[in-house]
Design a protein around this ligand. Structure first.
Ligand SMILES: C[S@@+](CC[C@H](N)C(=O)[O-])C[C@H]1O[C@@H](n2cnc3c(N)ncnc32)[C@H](O)[C@@H]1O
Length: 273
């Protein structure tokens, strides 16, 4: 009992660390990406495990539910680790992110790939989804404007507020049109912020450096599960094709030899009407 309560002694430390994070979330994300020096398993980005293991767990569902003749838009692509993997399964992949520094890094990490490109866009802004479908059709060899594109979202909705989640979903709708579908995978950790950081290796004595970097710089994440999905993608606007548990992999934090795992949630959705 005492041991279980001991972790709450972390509260003052967390409050102190997070006090300096910019209040404007877009500024926070861009400043975070401007400080990243390396990515992958021993890098600075908590949610980049540096392996394709998590993606491998999604491939069967992508094959089953998404039209693989259509291109794909990776919303909130960060350094493009998933965008590059998606490019192996779809004719063309575009990563979009609100942070110009993230997009610069994603482009540098994707040098040499001919079916990947990136754009800076706030995907919660009104109209941000318009035009992406036509741009993609022009980029993808043999693509047809108006056929729509698939949308992939990983680890983005759980860092947004409710209104922004809905706005992002509406922009996804403008991209998918009648033929594309959305595949999303998000962390759905059941517990409070102290439970969450403890799960990722924070103790009273030390906090893994990439976790501390995220706490210092970024908005406090929430969770995204079936309830949050039903608000962002309401049944009146979206048909739920499939949903279920997922496992989000981070870089090694609590054990240097293996990725840390966060309980998550996936869903596949198709726009109605
Ligand atoms: C936790 S990271 C996940 C990055 C990437 N999806 C991955 O799994 O490697 C969240 C990303 O969402 C981006 N982001 C946050 N708000 C956004 C918005 N309004 N529009 C587009 N991207 C956004 C951030 O800049 C960041 O790169």
């Amino acid at each position: 009992m005492l041991a279980a309560l001991k972790k709450y002694l972390l509260v003052p430390k967390l409050v102190r660390l997070s006090a300096g994070a910019p209040r404007d979330h877009h500024v926070a994300w861009d400043r975070f990406w401007s400080t990243v020096k390396t990515t992958g398993a021993s890098g600075d980005v908590l949610w980049d495990s540096g392996t394709d293991h998590e993606m491998q767990g999604y491939v069967d569902r992508l094959r089953l539910h998404l039209d693989r003749a259509l291109p794909v838009v990776d919303i909130g692509c960060g350094n493009g680790s998933f965008t590059r993997q998606l490019a192996g399964h779809f004719p063309y992949a575009v990563g979009v992110d609100v942070s110009a520094h993230a997009v610069r890094r994603a482009r540098a990490e994707s040098a040499g790939l001919t079916n990947v490109s990136y754009a800076v866009r706030d995907m919660t802004a009104s109209g941000a989804g318009h035009g992406l479908d036509a741009e993609l059709a022009a980029l993808a060899a043999g693509g047809q404007a108006g056929r729509g594109a698939n949308v992939f979202i990983r680890g983005v909705l759980h860092v947004l507020g409710e209104r922004d989640r809905y706005a992002l979903a509406e922009n996804a709708r403008a991209i998918t049109g009648a033929n594309g579908r959305v595949f999303l995978a998000e962390t759905d950790f059941r517990g409070n912020a102290i439970d969450y950081v403890s799960h990722l290796g924070a103790t009273l004595r030390s906090i893994p450096a990439p976790l501390e970097g995220a706490i210092r710089a970024l908005p406090m994440p929430g969770r995204f599960g079936p309830r949050e999905r039903s608000l962002a993608f309401p049944a009146s606007r979206w048909e739920l094709v499939e949903e279920g548990p997922a496992t989000i992999e981070t870089m090694p934090l609590s054990n240097p030899a293996r990725a840390d795992l966060i309980p998550g949630y996936f869903a596949v959705l198709q726009a109605r009407g």
